[in-house]
Structure formats: C-alpha cells, structure tokens
Design a protein around this ligand. Structure first.
Ligand SMILES: C[S@@+](CC[C@H](N)C(=O)[O-])C[C@H]1O[C@@H](n2cnc3c(N)ncnc32)[C@H](O)[C@@H]1O
Length: 210
C-alpha cells in the first residue's frame, strides 16, 4: 500500500517592515514551533532575522527553512506551479470555526502555503488566481501571529504541540513548577541554511531593508 505523506505547511510573510521586525520574528518562531516546515519572507531581506532563526534552530533543533527577498508574485507562482495550494489568512475569509474550510484544505492532500499579511495587502491576495482559500480566524481583525497560530493548530489538530525537534542542544522538560532545561553538548553542523527542500525558487536578488 502506498504510504501517504502528510502535507507540509510553509508560511509566506508579506509586508515585513523594519520598524516592526520583531513581529516577523514572532511569526517565524510561531511557524517553526507549531509545525510549519519553513517560511518565505517576500520582497525584502533581513539578515538579522535569518541569524536569529539560525541560532534558534541551532539551540532548539528541528528542520525549518527560511528564504527571503523573493518577490511575492514569483513565490506564489512557483508554489502553485508545483501543485501546492494557497491559503490566505484574512479577517474577510471563511470563518475557520463556522465553515469547513480547514477540512477542505486538508482534503486536498497538497502542501499548503499560508499567506500572512500586514496592514493593507494587495487586493489580488483575495482572488482565485492567487489564493485557493481565504481563511478567517474569526471575522474580527487581530494579528498575523495569532491567526497563524490558530490556523496551524487547527490544521495539525494539536499534534504539532507534541512534535519532537531532532538534534536539539536544548530541551525543556515540562514540570508542574520550576524550570528544567537539558543541555546536550553536541554541535549541529547542518543548521537550516541548506534546507531549501520544500521550495523550488532559487535565491533571488537581495532587497535590503531601507
Ligand atoms: C493588522 S492585520 C490586518 C487586518 C486585515 N484588514 C485583514 O484582512 O485581516 C495583518 C494580518 O493579520 C492577519 N489577520 C488579522 N486578523 C485576522 C483574522 N481574523 N483572520 C485571519 N487572519 C487575520 C492577516 O493575515 C492580515 O493580513
């Protein structure tokens, strides 16, 4: 019997601004911790963010790729041409609680690119030519981070919270009280830098933050 591979989820972050760089960092940390395979920061490069993520992966393990500076149209075109589906997170979309949108996305069996936006996203994001699904985490505007977290949790049905992060140097041992952290003394030599597995676009020209 053919083994069915679980679908991968990759996050596309549109609208990173240098004045709230921490928000993009939080999106990347949320994506990694809650089961996404990687993140694409479109249209801009942020070397500091790349270094932060490399450090997090070095310490906390797992496989997570990060690409930056790819124009959003190029990234989305390449994803769709590879047969992936696109889910755009927006307060205007189908409500994740009252519709069957998550089940429909899962039923495609395809890898999912989740667009998280910023202030005013390009109108095209709402259209069929870009997004197969427009998903609302409730129909009130809130934040890209909270909507991504809830989307991933619903998509993976909570299983992502019990995931093992391979080759971690640091591991938290959960306790009722106090803090327990185990440190391993092996060095990882394969930090994420080469992990372009899930995404076919070659490294583009770099767009440096103004
Ligand atoms: C500051 S909000 C802008 C709110 C925007 N008017 C919208 O379409 O959701 C920035 C990003 O957070 C995400 N977001 C905010 N509220 C959301 C919600 N209720 N459901 C899904 N995504 C949401 C979207 O990706 C949005 O582009």
């Amino acid at each position: 019997m053919k083994k069915i591979k679980p679908a991968k989820v990759v996050v596309l972050r549109w609208g990173h601004r240098s004045r709230d760089a921490r928000l993009t960092t939080h999106i990347a940390l949320t994506a990694r911790a809650l089961g996404a395979s990687g993140m694409i920061l479109t249209d801009i490069a942020d070397i500091k963010l790349k270094r932060t993520l490399a450090q997090v992966i070095e310490n906390w393990g797992g496989v997570f790729f990060f690409k930056m500076g790819i124009p959003w149209r190029t990234a989305l075109k390449a994803w769709r041409e590879k047969g992936g589906v696109v889910a755009h997170l927006t307060a205007y979309g189908e409500n994740i609680q009252t519709s069957k949108v998550i089940q429909r996305i899962r039923a495609t069996g395809k890898n999912v690119l989740v667009i998280v936006g910023s202030q005013k996203v390009p109108g095209d994001f709402f259209s069929k030519k870009i997004s197969h699904f427009n998903v609302a985490v409730g129909n009130q505007p809130h934040s890209e981070c909270s909507s991504l977290a809830i989307f991933l949790d619903r998509f993976f049905e909570g299983k992502e919270l019990d995931r093992k992060f391979e080759r971690a140097n640091l591991q938290i041992i959960p306790r009722t009280h106090g803090k327990k952290l185990v440190k391993k003394d092996k060095r990882r030599k394969d930090i994420h830098t080469n992990l372009s597995l899930a995404f076919p676009v070659p490294m583009p020209k770099i767009y440096i933050l103004a």
